[in-house]
Design a protein around this ligand. Structure first.
Ligand code: GLC
Ligand code: CA
Length: 535
């Protein structure tokens, strides 16, 4: 290969890894309804987010994922889109959203929108057209069986609501009809199942690429993609969905090579093959994520087990082959708040973990101040038990905790009593607060390449039912040991390396004595280590 060919090869490799800003990206997830209401109607909005960008930047986050903000009847908090090309009026106009992109960029930050390609709201014009018995452009935009008496096996369906003879497959709630991307292997006995390359599925995919083109053109930096691995149906090992996303990747490489893509898929070996740069570790499925944060005995609450999580993580990490990023969120809009299970200083230990792992960390708004899960709320906008994790941000001690000037009863979701909790303003003044600790951890991560997204990891101590958790992070010559002990006892493990200077410590002491590393209760530390010195 000539030198030009080599260069070309290198360039291709870089493109695969995605935009350079992902190497040290730390995301903040904004649930727009609940972040900051600038006009007193009780619901958060784009202007409110703009007012708080400096807050996010000061925390140390340099990227944002914003939940869906498109026109919607909000039967599933906006995951039921009725117009992909229009911002929901309650948040502002498309121009306001563009201004938000600009304000984000002015601060050298990036923002991902939430793309929901799998289904729409029943209110979407495509669906209204698709309901009609006469053949039209949208007849095959959704997945319909050929008879009202036949339901798609394994899925719920909408039926008997129009004169069209058929049942329409739904993806999630029964008001979210599934868009038609075809079946991986259509069943010849079921002629209504279309192939991926049939005209209906093709036009759905091309339209979704138009949606992406539209928002990337306005200045967003990429997308978090909802249920990304479930667009093509009957696709047991994911091959159809991988192929679909590979086509999207080609389109993005051609037109928007800087766009970042993160999938809600939970199988990095597949999603990264499909051209995503990052995949979330999900709180459902086989990840064991909940073993750490949300179960009867979470590891970070001091009496749990980390080993199954680590085993599964390593499996995914190896399968991903260093290609993309596995992202571990502090929480999100779909699960109970972290602070429901992990309390006090142990929250700091959980963040010591989240902010020293490979991949891009995602902090769910409010988790940086340990916002509580609000119990016993009525469901709001399809939240059900997720509602308590979506309550408005606690900014300060002014009315409605600085979220909104609306009367308390008109807030989107009730807030916890201020007497019982601390606010962002309280924590910003307190050097010992969770928020201050997170700020410190972020600045340490950002000062050491080995601790960032692409630094490698090797677990040193992650045994079943035993504390502490210890792992090495390295990149080139840089090597660090991260050790975290959420238990309330001193714990020790054997380490074949020499501990050097601490770059971070929290809680008690970490001591090395005769080949053993002893860690005080409720303690975390990051240490330089001498390269592979055996002691
Ligand atoms: C994803 C979203 C969730 C939504 C669902 C259906 O899991 O995170 O909030 O309800 O998809 O779109
Ligand atoms: Ca508002």
């Amino acid at each position: 290969m000539g030198s030009a060919g080599k260069k070309e090869g290198k360039k291709q490799k870089q493109e695969k890894l995605g935009p350079a800003w992902l190497d040290n990206a730390i995301f903040y997830e904004i649930y727009p309804q609940s972040f900051r209401d600038s006009n007193g109607d009780g619901i958060g909005d784009f202007h409110g987010i703009m007012e708080k960008l400096d807050y996010i930047k000061e925390l140390g986050c340099n990227a944002i994922w914003m939940n869906p903000c498109f026109e919607s009847p909000f039967g599933d908090a906006g995951y039921d889109v009725s117009n992909y090309y229009k911002a929901a009026p309650r948040y502002g106009t498309n121009e306001d959203l563009k201004r938000l992109f600009d304000e984000v960029h002015k601060r050298e930050m990036h923002i991902l929108l939430d793309l929901v390609p799998g289904h729409t709201s029943v209110n979407h014009e495509w669906f209204r057209q698709s309901l009609r018995p006469e053949q039209n452009e949208y007849t095959d935009r959704y997945i319909w069986t050929d008879s009202i008496w036949k339901e798609p096996a394994g899925y719920g369906s909408l039926r008997g609501i129009s004169d069209r003879n058929g049942s329409c497959m739904v993806n999630f709630f029964s008001h979210q009809p599934a868009l038609n991307y075809g079946f991986y292997k259509p069943d010849p006995e079921e002629p209504w199942q279309q192939a991926m390359d049939a005209p209906g599925p093709r036009s759905t995919l091309l339209e979704m690429m138009n949606v992406m083109r539209f928002w990337l053109g306005l200045g967003c930096d990429g997308f978090r993609v909802d249920m990304a691995g479930q667009l093509v149906k009957g696709d047991v090992d994911g091959k159809g969905n991988i192929a679909l996303w590979q086509e999207v990747r080609e389109f993005l490489d051609r037109e928007f090579p800087e766009a970042a893509m993160v999938s809600e898929w939970g199988e990095p070996d597949k999603s990264l093959q499909g051209g995503f740069h990052m995949d979330f570790l999900l709180h459902f499925g086989p990840s064991h994520y909940n073993d750490l944060f949300r179960c009867e005995k979470p590891f970070f609450a001091g009496e749990g087990d980390v080993s199954k999580f680590v085993e599964k993580y390593l499996d995914s990490y190896q399968k991903a082959g260093g290609k993309g990023l596995i992202c571990i969120p502090s929480g999100n809009h779909d699960m109970a708040r972290l602070a429901k299970y992990v309390k006090g200083d142990r929250l700091k230990l959980a963040f010591a973990f989240l902010l020293t792992m490979p991949g891009a960390p995602f902090i769910y708004y409010g988790d940086e101040i340990g916002m509580p899960y609000v119990e016993k709320l009525f469901s709001v906008e399809g939240g059900y038990d997720r509602t308590g994790a979506r309550s408005p941000m606690l900014w300060d001690r002014t009315p409605n905790a600085g979220f909104s000037s609306a009367p308390k009863e008109e807030l989107y979701i009730p807030q916890p009593e201020l007497a019982d909790v601390s606010t962002a303003a309280d924590q910003m003044e307190d050097r010992d607060s969770l928020r201050s600790e997170i700020q410190r951890l972020i600045s340490i991560r950002q000062a050491h390449k080995a601790l960032q997204s692409r630094g490698e990891i090797e677990f040193v101590h992650a045994r079943e039912g035993v504390y502490p958790l210890a792992y090495l992070r390295f990149s080139g010559e840089e090597r660090y040991l991260v050790v975290i002990n959420p238990s309330d006892r001193e714990e020790a493990f054997t380490g074949k390396f020499l501990l050097g200077d601490a770059v971070y410590t929290f809680g008690g002491r970490v001591k090395q004595q005769r080949g053993k590393v002893h860690v005080d209760p409720c303690t975390a530390g990051i240490y330089e280590i001498q390269p592979w010195v055996v002691v």
